[in-house]
Write a protein that binds this ligand. Structure first.
Ligand SMILES: Nc1nc2c(ncn2[C@@H]2O[C@H](COP(=O)(O)OP(=O)(O)OP(=O)(O)O)[C@@H](O)[C@H]2O)c(=O)[nH]1
Ligand SMILES: [Mg+2]
Ligand SMILES: [Zn+2]
Length: 297
């Protein structure tokens, strides 16, 4: 007889899943029929497993998911920590807006983290705050390497009420530095070691949940260049901009896309400066790019 328990998948590589049941981490394989049903367990999934005394334990059931994302592949995400550098690399505001849309679609709370403040004395942070705090987003600034202690404290505060948090953003902005700062020296050493072992292997799609001191999970993601617009249709893109939602009921047409329509309240606010012009321009650009994609309706 096997014993049945509930746990959370922390990692899955090559069909072997590490499931944390609260008092131990158990290696499991997935029940054979998942494949036929085109379901694959993801890190972050809450699962029911059958513990086997001999051989691998088995994931029998995946409990309902709150959400799931594609890059990294993970489920039940509470917060998306969107990391940007003040400089090096040059901030990609278009990517920031796309990631905010992704968070809105998936029902994940976004937090914008500006790192490397030591490089510009906080100028970029001030610019991002001016645009994004006004529309309801949380923006925090740190210098992970220049002021590690202060930065750690800021991060701990920002993440104190977040459950599972995924870090995302361009390559080189400091995501892994931030993860190491949160987790401390021990993880860093382990991380370096496994990075050496993994060298040459493609590990980008394998998310790993790592538990913090506070008992939350944190997930690092290697930087990426091509972004996947997950499930956003062009006609609904506008719904994911909080500043548009505030006034879209004043547009002449109820299905106004705020592009070329007459008597558009959003455009009026862009002209008066109440809505950030540059972010609006990026919205138009994103809408155009969706026209060419499979999400073109
Ligand atoms: N000046 C400065 N450099 C920093 C800061 N934080 C991180 N860095 C440096 O930025 C570089 C990139 O940091 P990583 O943590 O590897 O960046 P990443 O986002 O994980 O990059 P990918 O894994 O490629 O996506 C490293 O050389 C860090 O030492 C900071 O606050 N200030
Ligand atoms: Mg990294
Ligand atoms: Zn409009």
């Amino acid at each position: 007889m096997s014993q049945s328990v509930i746990g959370i998948i922390e990692k899955g590589v090559g069909g072997i899943y590490q499931v944390n049941t609260g008092d131990q981490v158990i290696e499991c394989k997935a029940r054979g029929s998942f494949r036929k049903e085109h379901i694959s367990p993801l890190p972050g999934d809450k699962v029911k497993i059958a513990i086997e005394k001999q051989g691998l334990s088995v994931i029998d059931e995946i409990l309902p998911r709150k959400n799931s994302i594609y890059r990294p592949q993970a489920a039940n995400i509470d917060a998306l920590l969107i990391v940007m550098a003040s400089d090096h690399p040059t901030p990609d505001m278009y990517l920031l807006d796309k990631l905010l849309v992704l968070a809105e679609i998936k029902g994940i709370r976004p937090i914008i983290l500006i790192n490397k403040m030591d490089l510009d004395g906080g100028k970029h942070l001030a610019k991002v705050k001016a645009c994004y705090e006004r529309i309801g987003y949380r923006v925090v600034g740190i210098s992970a390497t220049a002021e590690p202690e202060k930065s750690r404290e800021t991060l701990m505060n920002a993440l104190s009420d977040c459950g599972t948090t995924v870090l995302t953003g361009q390559s080189g902005v400091g995501k892994s530095t931030v993860v190491n700062l949160i987790l401390g020296q021990e993880h860093m050493l382990r991380g370096d070691l496994s990075a050496k072992i993994q060298k040459g292997k493609n590990t980008t799609r394998h998310a790993e949940l790592v538990m913090t001191e506070a008992g939350h999970y944190i997930v690092d993601t290697p930087g990426f260049t091509n972004f996947v617009n997950e499930g956003v249709f062009r006609y609904e893109l506008k719904n994911y901009y909080p500043e548009f939602e505030e006034c879209s009921h004043l547009c002449k047409f109820s299905d106004c896309r705020h592009e070329n329509e007459p008597e558009c309240a959003v455009k009026a606010r862009v002209e008066s400066g109440e809505i950030d012009q540059e972010r609006y321009q990026r919205y138009l650009e994103l809408s155009q790019s969706l026209k060419k994609s499979k999400w073109s309706e």
